[in-house]
Design a protein around this ligand. Structure first.
Ligand SMILES: NC(=O)c1ccc[n+]([C@@H]2O[C@H](COP(=O)([O-])OP(=O)(O)OC[C@H]3O[C@@H](n4cnc5c(N)ncnc54)[C@H](O)[C@@H]3O)[C@@H](O)[C@H]2O)c1
Length: 349
């Protein structure tokens, strides 16, 4: 007779299918606003968190990263990869999954897909930063790089910052066509452009979200006028940046976690004594954000563990009592905690 798992063996699991169901159930804009709210709450209690730069294992074609953190009650971590060449092989650049666990016991309390959730949390984080840093009357965003992340970015900026028009550009016109099609019935005015310069015309916010495993120059200095907010997403690994250094020298730079951003972000090309501002300090009101209408603000985003923790925390709450979660037989739970071997033996009978 098979030995059935005990109640302790089961961990709530949110599959891709269930994550998509949850997004449709709540509405994507509601979920983006909710995740941004969870991130804002956690950035306000930044000092409570155990923080460490993510641990990366690089290869010539990509990277995997592990991103742990804890607020003292729950641990969280995410596994995420980044393989820019993947899309040419019919695979995604970024895939991820993550977990929350109880600090008291170390037992997992949620396992979740995080490919969709990373796209949601990255967009929510970007729009939260822009809500605080971008010019207050911003209505138009240039969206450069129209891959997997792009529609999420556009919708988050609509829901959280009141963006009405997005101007799309990608070196691959098929990506722009895909994004324009996906954004058709969202209420956004969508303009497809033939160059990054064209996309930036009239835009108060510029999002760069491209994937390349090198120091690319998506924006040059002469392309960026005064007063804009730049949301730089794609530069997130050593040797992988998107902006010309001169743009950084003209901008006030905001980062998530300096120890990680100095290694992975746009600022890796700057001297270590260059002034940068930690976003959490702006969110808590300890330091000012944008100075005036002429200042260029730059959110040098690489993606930090606390944002994933916040997104998982949001999902953990949101799936309770819904059909968008299953129980996974994931933890071995022997009757005698020291008799793991005995449990294995008995299972063969
Ligand atoms: N900061 C974060 O928190 C965070 C989170 C998720 C992903 N990312 C990064 O964001 C980037 C985009 O992710 P994705 O999943 O959308 O990737 P993707 O591969 O699906 O899309 C990238 C797009 O960029 C385009 N592109 C490449 N070079 C370009 C150029 N010079 N000009 C215009 N377009 C160009 C490609 O044609 C492609 O359509 C990746 O580099 C990824 O590592 C960052």
């Amino acid at each position: 007779m098979p030995i059935l798992p005990s109640a302790l063996a089961y961990v709530p699991f949110v599959s891709v299918e269930h994550m998509m169901g949850l997004v449709h159930h709540l509405g994507i804009e509601t979920m983006l606003v909710g995740i941004a709210g969870a991130i804002e709450e956690d950035f306000k209690r930044w000092e409570q968190f155990d923080k460490t730069p993510r641990v990366a294992s690089h290869s010539e074609v990509g990277v995997i990263e592990l991103m742990p953190t804890s607020d003292g009650e729950m641990y969280g971590f995410k596994y995420v990869n980044g393989h820019p060449k993947n899309t040419t092989e019919g695979l995604q650049t970024v895939t991820a999954f993550g977990l929350l666990a109880d600090v008291e016991t170390g037992y997992p309390i949620l396992l979740s897909e995080m490919t969709v959730l990373t796209a949601l949390r990255t967009a929510a984080m970007s729009a939260l930063a822009a809500r605080i840093l971008a010019p207050s009357n911003a209505k138009t965003m240039a969206m450069i790089g129209n891959g997997a992340q792009s529609e999420f970015q556009c919708l988050a900026f609509k829901a959280i910052c009141g963006i009405e028009t997005v101007r799309l550009y990608d070196i691959d016109p098929a990506a722009t066509q895909k994004a324009a099609r996906n954004l058709e019935r969202t209420g956004l005015t969508v303009v497809s452009c033939k160059s990054a310069e064209e996309a930036m015309q009239g835009a108060e916010i510029i999002t760069t979200c491209t994937a390349d495993k090198r120091n690319a120059t998506i924006l040059t200095d002469n392309m960026v006028g005064p007063g804009v907010h730049i949301n730089a997403i794609g530069g997130d690994c050593p040797g992988k940046t998107e902006l010309h250094r001169d743009i950084l020298l003209r901008s006030k730079i905001f980062v998530e976690y300096p120890e990680q951003t100095w290694v992975e972000g746009e600022i890796q090309v700057l001297d270590r004594d260059h002034p940068i501002t930690e976003l959490w300090q702006v969110i808590t009101g300890q330091v000012p954000g944008r100075r005036d209408d002429t200042q260029i603000t730059l959110f040098d985003s690489v993606g930090f563990a606390i944002e994933d923790f916040s997104a998982l925390r949001y999902v953990h709450r949101a799936v309770k009592g819904t059909p968008f979660v299953t129980q996974l037989d994931m933890l071995a739970d022997p009757d005698d905690p020291r008799d793991l071997f005995g449990m294995l033996e008995r299972s063969a009978l």
